[in-house]
Design a protein. Structure first.
Length: 469
């Protein structure tokens, strides 16, 4: 509120800081990742409900008024230094538990976190636990943006990115943080992007995705792609995504380009992923980060539902995900599984999860084929042990999601799970179907994969869960 002297002073300092950081960028010859290609670090400036960019190409041309409401996100290009020390997990959890127990409204909790945020660095695991404490999207976005640039291990960022199930929520974060800053440099697998090519940073991201595909496996890694021209007509792209789009200057400056990125493990060019993280993400101290040191992750909402069903079957029968692969491949196996071996292996395990039920349109064979095609990311007609390990990534997410859910219940209701059940089972019927379950856990402030937790608890597969389950 610019009529307040303190707020006006903050606005003045933001504008000054923006000019200073822009000068630093020029001196260090950094890539311009700004929204409009004008070098500013201020994103989507709004004055009195209207975009400042409607009248001014650059915020530097605008004089700060002495009244009215000014709203803007400042996104610095400063990153954690190499070797930055992070808070211990024990101390971080203590901070979060004190915050959860506080009677302050969410906006005051966020203000308190903002006031101390410059004093320490955090990990991707810390960020994941932090956003789980905020129910509303606006609160999550505010606290996420405060701490995003404080994360020291962005190569593990997939473990918190998967918590955002809504593509609309991800898009709003991209708009505020910047598309290049929020780019999934290290783990772009299953990333869905929709980019407005009239914006500098989104055009830059389109170039990065295409260039990455060229370096890894072009054009196979770009799936479900499309291009809507500036006049609203759809380009059929009969020859696929132009390879020339790997060059930033060759990309059109209008229209919307969308696609999903995926890459089989054997085709990853991890060295190039690190290079673009340094060039466009300004990430420091990743010389020693290797493919093996990354926590490769997959979210529970990314694969088809039947892949989750298969994983549930394996979890109930095996201690690790490699054992079913070895059982299917056989004692004298060659290290890869064909579709025929996959089908026979599931039959030998007496897996009936995919048997066609009355009213279902897809046959058992079609469902198993879809699972196989999901795991065969290289489209060679076989699944290697490295491709199979996508199930291990899902298994880790299963385990962590359940632990987080139990931890949330203990925080909310104490150690006795009966108290939690009675609060959730509002009508006292002794059972909950999935819709009742999702409404109940949302009402108590849980942010997480509610549908997946329900499926895990529904051990009888009857569409309802009881207290015993």
């Amino acid at each position: 509120e610019l009529s307040k002297c303190s707020d006006y002073a903050v606005g003045e300092r933001l504008l000054l800081l923006d000019r200073w950081e822009a000068a630093v960028d020029r001196k260090l010859e950094r890539q311009d990742i700004s929204q409009l290609g004008n070098g500013t670090h201020l994103r989507t400036p709004i004055y009195q409900g209207r975009s400042v960019h409607a009248q001014y190409h650059s915020i530097s041309e605008w004089k700060l008024p002495e009244h009215g409401e000014f709203q803007v996100d400042f996104v610095s290009n400063q990153r954690p230094p190499k070797g930055a020390r992070v808070l211990s997990t024990k101390l971080w959890e203590s901070v979060l538990m004190d915050m959860f127990a506080s009677k302050c409204p969410p906006e005051d909790r966020i203000a308190a976190l903002r006031s101390i945020s410059h004093n320490f660095w955090i990990t991707s695991a810390h960020m994941r636990s932090l956003i789980g404490y905020f129910q509303s999207e606006q609160e999550r976005a505010d606290v996420f943006i405060i701490f995003y640039m404080r994360i020291v291990d962005l190569h593990n960022s997939k473990m918190f990115r998967v918590r955002f199930e809504s593509q609309e929520e991800v898009k709003r974060l991209q708009d505020r943080l910047g598309y290049a800053s929020f780019f999934p440099f290290f783990q772009p697998e299953n990333a869905r992007f929709e980019l407005d090519l009239s914006k500098n940073d989104q055009r830059l991201c389109a170039s990065m995705f295409v260039n990455l595909a060229v370096k890894e496996k072009f054009p196979h890694n770009l799936h479900d792609y499309g291009y809507i021209r500036g006049d609203g007509t759809r380009d059929p792209m009969p020859l696929g995504v132009p390879k020339s789009w790997a060059n930033f200057d060759s990309i059109p400056k209008e229209g919307v380009f969308s696609a999903t990125y995926n890459c089989a493990p054997e085709y990853r060019n991890f060295s190039h992923r690190k290079d673009i993280a340094v060039q466009y993400g300004f990430v420091n101290g990743i010389e020693d980060v290797t493919d093996e040191s990354v926590l490769w992750w997959t979210g529970l909402t990314e694969p088809p539902e039947d892949v989750i069903n298969l994983l549930e079957f394996f979890i109930s029968r095996y201690d690790n995900i490699e054992q079913p692969f070895l059982d299917i491949d056989g004692v004298d196996g060659n290290g890869v599984i064909t579709l025929r071996e996959f089908v026979d292996g599931l039959d030998n395990m007496k897996c009936t999860k995919f048997k066609q039920q009355k009213g279902q349109t897809r046959t058992k064979e079609q469902r198993i084929d879809a699972i196989f095609r999901y795991m065969d990311q290289g489209s060679e007609g076989s699944v290697s042990i490295e491709e199979w390990k996508v199930l291990d990534q899902l298994w880790k997410e299963f385990d962590l999601s359940i632990k987080e859910f139990v931890h949330f219940l203990i925080l909310a209701f104490g150690e006795d799970l009966l108290d939690a059940w009675e609060a959730l089972d509002a009508d006292g019927s002794g059972e909950m179907d999935e819709e009742e379950w999702k409404e109940a856990v949302t009402s108590i402030g849980y942010f997480g994969p509610a549908s997946v937790v329900f499926a895990l608890l529904d051990s009888s597969d009857d569409g309802n869960i009881s207290f015993d389950e």
